[in-house]
Design a protein around this ligand. Structure first.
Ligand code: NIG
Ligand code: FE
Length: 428
């Protein structure tokens, strides 16, 4: 074993999520592989050993820094597998209009919604987008998130989509938070192409995709498959082209209506089908048969004032390897908080706190092709972990509206801390 550089000791629960090296389904979602009075040994950015405090403390030598968790829980960092974290401006004006009764679809049909953010994002420089997004990065880290999937989709022109993806690449290179980039040129039809849908689809397939792939700017391609946005046929064409260029696939499916998105995801065997608020039993069965992971986004249901949450229990019952994510974006889900998502998963979708944590960590990592490196606390994995200011992991979903993370580590390095800024019952 390489010389340990950092030991984390005195964890009331070290929630390891150790287990099969694949996404977890069915009863496995409840198995968190907790080590009571746990500890962990790192070397650089890698986990070397997990065990009880007694086991680990005997291996701590001189020169090894010791972090005392003070009797708190330690979890893998959350992996937020669906976010739109780069954009200019906000949509607080639309939020106010929705509070007065307007719907998300009415606002979009009148030229607001995604297209409002596209106008602002096109006006912004790459530097301005990076600066704006650093603020959101801070929010993710404060919430205990260490990896985000990050979509483009507010540029909708060749140059503006590339600008967004380059901004995401720069944020990733800065190192504090991990970003997995997704090309979402098919997020909406931009104003200038509204009467020329076919031409916009051709632009995405023939100009955007080759540039995105040629410059190595994305790992995944996503499409908003929905009534009045991209039809199943248009979505199929874009996703098939992306696959032929080597990108992984994700789909915004059945969010606002039963649009056929889940069936398309199953047909194409995409990595994920996301949203699924309107997916029926046939869609759930098709996702299972095709081994597609559902990414559930209860924050967007909540923020849109809807009560139609996706059928998480049916999906778990069908054996799907469910993922939870924030959908952080300026319109339908302005929250970066994975603990808020855990709360919604338990109260609105009847997932147990343990199921929700598995969906927000190891299953999310697998959905991004990072399951071998991220998502659990096991030897050889990257040391992305969070000490939360509670002694019982269930508190993360139970006490809501609270910032639980005390310290967030990415690759063994402290990326956020509020130790010292807080006095707690644990007194450390
Ligand atoms: O996942 N559904 C489409 N895209 C986002 C909303 C983006 C926006 O409103 O700006 C979503 O909910
Ligand atoms: Fe989304």
């Amino acid at each position: 074993m390489p010389t340990p550089t950092l030991a984390v000791v005195n964890c009331s629960q070290l929630v390891t999520l150790a287990g099969a090296r694949r996404p977890r389904c069915g009863a496995e979602l409840r198995e968190l592989a907790i080590i009571e009075d746990g500890a962990m040994l790192l070397s650089g950015d890698t986990i070397e050993r997990v065990g009880t405090r007694a086991e680990i403390e005997s291996m701590v030598g001189g020169g090894c820094e010791v972090v005392d968790a003070g009797g708190r829980v330690c979890l893998p960092g959350f992996v937020d597998a669906h976010t739109h974290p780069v954009f200019a401006g906000t949509r607080a004006d639309e939020f106010e209009r929705r509070a007065a009764g307007a719907t998300y679809q009415e606002i979009a049909a009148a030229g607001g919604g995604i297209r409002a953010t596209v106008r602002r994002t096109r006006e912004a420089t790459e530097d301005e987008l990076v600066v704006a997004s650093r603020r959101f990065r801070e929010w993710f880290l404060r919430g205990g998130t260490t990896t985000v999937e990050a979509k483009s989709g507010y540029g909708l022109s060749v140059d503006d989509e590339l600008k967004m993806l380059r901004a995401i690449g720069r944020l990733n290179d800065e190192g504090a938070l991990r970003y997995v980039p997704t090309f979402l040129g098919a997020h909406d039809f931009p104003e200038e192409y509204r009467a020329r849908r076919e031409e916009y689809v051709a632009l995405v397939v023939e100009e955007m995709l080759p540039r995105v792939v040629g410059e190595g700017l994305a790992e995944f391609c996503d499409v908003f498959c929905e009534a009045r946005v991209f039809t199943v046929e248009e979505s199929r064409r874009i996703l098939a082209a992306a696959r032929s260029r080597g990108l992984g696939l994700r789909v915004h499916a059945d969010q606002l209506s039963l649009s056929g998105g889940a069936l398309l995801a199953a047909e194409l065997k995409t990595s994920t089908a996301d949203h699924l608020e309107h997916t029926d039993a046939a869609g759930v069965a098709a996702l299972k048969a095709a081994d597609v992971q559902p990414v559930l986004l209860p924050g967007s249901v909540y923020a849109l004032g809807s009560s139609r949450y996706p059928a998480a229990r049916e999906m778990i019952g069908a054996g799907l390897a469910v993922v939870l994510a924030t959908d952080f974006n300026p319109g339908s889900s302005p929250t970066p908080s994975m603990t808020m998502v855990l709360s919604l998963a338990s109260t609105q979708m009847k997932m147990t706190p343990a199921e929700a944590i598995t969906a927000a960590t190891v299953n999310a990592a697998y959905s991004l092709g990072r399951g071998r490196e991220l998502g659990s606390l096991e030897a050889t994995k990257r040391a992305d972990f969070v000490i939360h200011d509670c002694a019982d992991y269930r508190d993360l979903a139970y006490f809501f509206g609270v910032e639980h993370a005390l310290e967030t580590y990415v690759g063994g390095r402290l990326a956020f801390s509020r130790r010292g800024a807080t006095k707690t019952q644990h007194g450390v």
